[in-house]
Every structure is written in structure tokens, then in C-alpha cells.
Design a protein around this ligand. Structure first.
Ligand code: GLU
Length: 495
């Protein structure tokens, strides 16, 4: 093999792992693919290695820059940073396959020269007929090898006719015995080369196929471990064959089991949101998604369930990744989201609910978002629920006729007047002063024989128009002194 190939494998043998996440920018980041990114990231961080982002955009018809940007944004949102990638470069770049065409071409030419690859001129129609025949005869359909041994004259004829051509890999040339490898997750995998037809490595448009580009890239980027979904197991076998032909050692492979929906079918749109952007827009926290995805196929071997990304990076081990498929449980993700929402400091929660409240049409500038965040924090399962729970603080309070009637009693008015006076006299309100005012109101009311529910119920109705909701000190704090005073005053004035 010619060692002077462009971007040839780095000779320096690093012991630290180099792993890559290699999305095709043909859609948003899928939740299952995000797990692949997460586990690669964790593997790199846990073992002091490097995490590389490579964009596999050789499917020119389906790849878009917008999807690439979206994937990058989702990875950043999840907190999965990379050490080398198309946006930041690195020693082994470029990191976008469409910018590496020269490298694939050189490697393909080398395989042609070594006699392990050949030009194939078969037309689509011929291939289709071959497929149909195999199907009719109940045989497995694979390329029959018509162009494998073309004579020089036959090739010349095709060239003269300018027939479109692809480059195929001569599978059996270098792979006569069973291909075996030890999968880090699945254990030993073996496959007989006879079931693999001579597959295409370079397409008619001179673009590499996925398997070929992945091998050239993993090789030239010195990737040590390839960790991906088990839908790639058959690809891994093909890729190992290519390494054999290139006389280079293959990286270590590990394949994660699929994530299935509750009906045991592969997770898809049918099961609800599938992309990270959708989850973000539905008000899920990156912390919760990371935590849930990690436990979907990995366990620490303890009872511990709540893990931050940092903790995961310290505790992750590939040995504890499960072999069996994972069932995606929306309810469990909701539970994690609620848990993580309650962990957030009020100021951070305020920042995160603000866009959702703005999108719901409220002018967020007018309100104390942190106070609102504190009031609704324990109710939230997702950020998207924030506008509904916060509505009582964002809109002028409205009373149904029944509520107005309930508030229009001497007893209720006495309570309202008492608290109004204290709020009116207060400086700015915070949680502590709201608690004090409530306590004092209760104490005074007690002397007048009004207690318990007869105090809290009319107060809640007066301030929110609702019969239930957050603790009253949260309500007062979230409304703010000025708005609480105004609404109580209106009631006392009988409007
Ligand atoms: N671009 C491939 C995909 O998105 C990457 C597979 C791999 O990790 O090699 O499925």
C-alpha cells in the first residue's frame, strides 16, 4: 500500500482513544443518534480521549447545511462538545466528507491498482433484472460479478461508449475466510464473506459510498473505537473487509442496541417526538435528556438515578452498556425532566421559562420572571407548561360570578382589607416579607375569630381567582407588591 496517500494514517500511536460521532446531515438530531453521540462523548471523556465530530454529507441530494447546523446546535445544547470538527478544525481535517473527495479518490485508485477493486459498468436495468431473477429463484440478491474480470478490450468498449461506471470492492479477494471481530458490547460477531456481494465503494458521480468513506475517514483520522447503533453491524463487517484489503488494522467496534418504542417497534415519528429540537421546543431540559438517555442503555450498577453529564463522565464504563434493546418510556423521561426542573436555581429556571412565556404572547419585560419561576417550579413537568401555570401572574385576575359572590362577604372583605393594609404599607416584597405579612394577617384574624381556610381561601381567590395554586407567599411574591395591592384594592372598592 502506498504510504504517501493524502491524509494517511497518523503514524504516532496514541494510547488515548479517539472516537467520532459521524452524523449525516439529512435530518435533525434523532434521539437515538443523540445517545450514540452521548456514549462516544462519555467514552472519550472517561478514558481521557478525543471526541471528533465528522459530517457525513456525501448524499448530496439529501444533505443540507441547515440540518448540519441543526445537529451542531443540538449537540451544543446537550453539552456534548467536541475536540475536532468541521467548525473548529483539527489536525486530521477536513471534517466534512464533501471536502475530502480527493482522499477517497486516492484510496479508491490504490485499491484499483492493488486489484482489490474494479470498475463496474452494469446499468441500473441490468442490476434490476439480476435482482428480480434472484428474487424469483428465491436466492439472496447480490451482485453477480459480471464486471469483476472484464478483459482490457471489454473495458475499452465501455469506456469508448462512455458508459457510466462505479468502483466495486472485490470482496473475496482479501477475505476468503470468515470475518470475525469482537464487539465491545455484543461480543463475538462473525460473518461469512460469501453472503456479501462486491459492494460499490465509489458511485457513478464520483462520490464515495458510506462504507468506503467511513473506512477512509476512520483510518486517516486515527479513530481507535467506532461506537454506533447496531443497525451498522453489517456495515462494520464490510468495513473490516476494507481494512483487510488496505492492510491496516481495523478500529475496535461496539454496537449499541436499538431504542424501541413501547410497542417494541423501532423508535419513530409514530411514537411522538424523535428529534432533540422537538424535545427542546417541548420544554425538556438537556440535563434530563442526557440523564434519561444514559440510563436507557447503561447502568452504574447502583441505585443512583440522577446523573449530571459530569458525573456520567466520571462513572461511565462501556462494560456496563446493555446488550438488549432499550424501550423508550416517555413517562420516565417526564419524571427525569420534572426532577431536573426542581433542581434548577430560580434564576436559571427563570431564564429557561422566559422564551416559552414570550412565545405564548406575554411581554416578559413587565414581570419578575424569577419570582414567577419560584412560584411554579414544583408544578412543572416541562418548560412548555410554564405559560399555563404562570398565567395567574401574567394576566389581570378575573373572577367568575361564583367567586365574586364568595368574596363579597364581610368575613372575606375583612381578611382582604387586613392583608391589603400590610402590603400597602410594605416596601418591596420578597418571599420572606410575604411570609411575614401572611403570618401577621393570620394572627390578627385569629383575634377576630377567623382562621384557617377562612383566611387562605378568600385570599387565594382574591389574588388569583382560582381555588388552588402555589403557596400564597409565592403568589404574593410573583404578583409583586404593586399588582397585589391593586387587585385587592379593586375588590375592596367593589369593582
Ligand atoms: N453517517 C452514518 C449515520 O448517520 C454514521 C454511521 C457511523 O457511525 O459510521 O448513520
Amino acid at each position: 500500500m502506498n504510504e504517501k496517500l493524502t491524509g494517511g494514517p497518523a503514524e504516532k500511536k496514541e494510547s488515548a482513544p479517539r472516537v467520532r460521532f459521524a452524523p449525516s446531515p439529512t435530518g435533525h438530531l434523532h434521539i437515538g443518534t443523540a445517545r450514540t453521540a452521548l456514549f462516544n462523548w462519555l467514552f472519550a471523556r472517561r478514558y481521557g480521549g478525543r471526541f471528533i465530530l465528522r459530517v457525513e454529507d456525501t448524499d448530496r441530494a439529501r444533505s443540507t447545511k441547515a440540518f448540519e447546523d441543526s445537529i451542531i446546535e443540538s449537540l451544543q445544547w446537550l453539552g456534548l462538545n467536541w475536540d475536532e470538527g468541521p467548525d473548529i478544525g483539527g489536525e486530521f481535517g477536513p471534517y466534512r466528507q464533501s471536502e475530502r473527495l480527493k482522499i477517497y479518490k486516492e484510496y479508491a485508485e490504490q485499491l484499483l491498482k492493488d486489484g482489490v477493486a474494479y470498475y463496474c459498468y452494469c446499468s441500473q436495468r441490468e442490476l434490476e433484472n439480476e435482482r428480480k431473477r434472484a428474487l424469483d429463484e428465491g436466492r439472496m440478491s447480490m451482485y453477480g460479478g459480471r464486471c469483476r474480470n472484464l478483459t482490457v478490450a471489454e473495458r475499452r468498449l465501455h469506456e469508448l461508449a462512455d458508459n457510466p461506471k462505479v468502483i466495486r470492492f472485490n470482496v473475496q479477494k482479501h477475505n476468503s475466510s470468515k470475518i470475525k471481530y469482537n464487539d465491545l458490547i455484543k461480543g463475538e460477531i462473525s460473518i461469512s464473506p460469501e453472503v456479501v456481494g462486491d459492494f460499490i465503494i465509489m458511485k457513478a458521480d464520483s462520490m464515495p459510498t458510506y462504507n468506503f468513506a467511513a473506512v477512509v475517514d476512520d483510518l486517516t483520522m486515527s479513530i481507535t473505537h467506532v461506537l454506533r447503533g447496531d443497525d451498522h453491524i453489517t456495515n462494520s463487517v464490510r468495513q473490516i473487509m476494507l481494512y483487510n484489503a488496505l492492510r491496516k488494522p481495523a478500529p475496535t467496534y461496539g454496537h449499541f442496541s436499538m431504542i424501541l418504542g413501547s410497542d417494541k417497534a423501532k423508535l419513530s415519528k409514530r411514537h411522538g417526538a424523535t428529534s432533540i429540537t422537538e424535545y427542546r421546543d417541548r420544554g425538556y431540559l438537556p440535563e434530563a435528556i442526557i440523564n434519561y438517555l444514559s440510563l436507557l442503555s447503561w447502568s452504574a450498577g447502583t441505585e443512583k438515578e440522577i446523573f449530571s453529564l459530569k458525573e456520567l463522565a466520571e462513572e461511565f464504563s462501556i462494560e456496563r452498556v446493555s446488550k438488549s434493546p432499550a424501550i423508550f418510556d416517555q413517562g420516565k423521561l417526564d419524571w427525569f425532566n420534572g426532577r431536573w426542573l426542581r433542581e434548577l436555581p430560580a434564576a436559571v429556571l427563570a431564564e429557561r421559562i422566559t422564551p416559552f412565556i414570550a412565545v405564548a404572547g406575554y411581554n416578559v419585560e413587565e414581570f419578575d420572571m424569577e419570582a414567577i419561576a419560584m412560584a411554579i417550579q414544583s408544578n412543572l413537568t416541562t418548560l412548555a407548561e410554564a405559560p399555563a401555570y404562570a398565567r395567574i401572574f401574567l394576566e389581570e385576575v378575573k373572577y367568575t360570578p361564583e367567586v365574586s359572590e364568595e368574596l363579597d362577604t364581610d368575613k372575606a372583605k375583612e381578611v382582604i382589607r387586613e392583608i391589603w393594609e400590610r402590603l400597602e404599607a410594605a416596601e418591596e416584597i420578597d418571599i420572606d416579607s410575604a411570609k411575614t405579612i401572611l403570618k401577621e394577617t393570620v394572627a390578627v384574624m385569629k383575634t377576630k375569630g377567623i382562621k384557617g381556610r377562612d383566611i387562605y381561601h378568600p385570599l387565594r381567590l382574591a389574588l388569583t381567582g382560582e381555588t388552588s395554586g402555589p403557596e400564597l407567599f409565592f403568589v404574593i411574591n410573583a404578583l409583586g407588591r404593586r399588582r397585589a395591592v391593586a387587585c385587592l384594592r379593586r375588590l375592596l372598592d367593589g369593582n
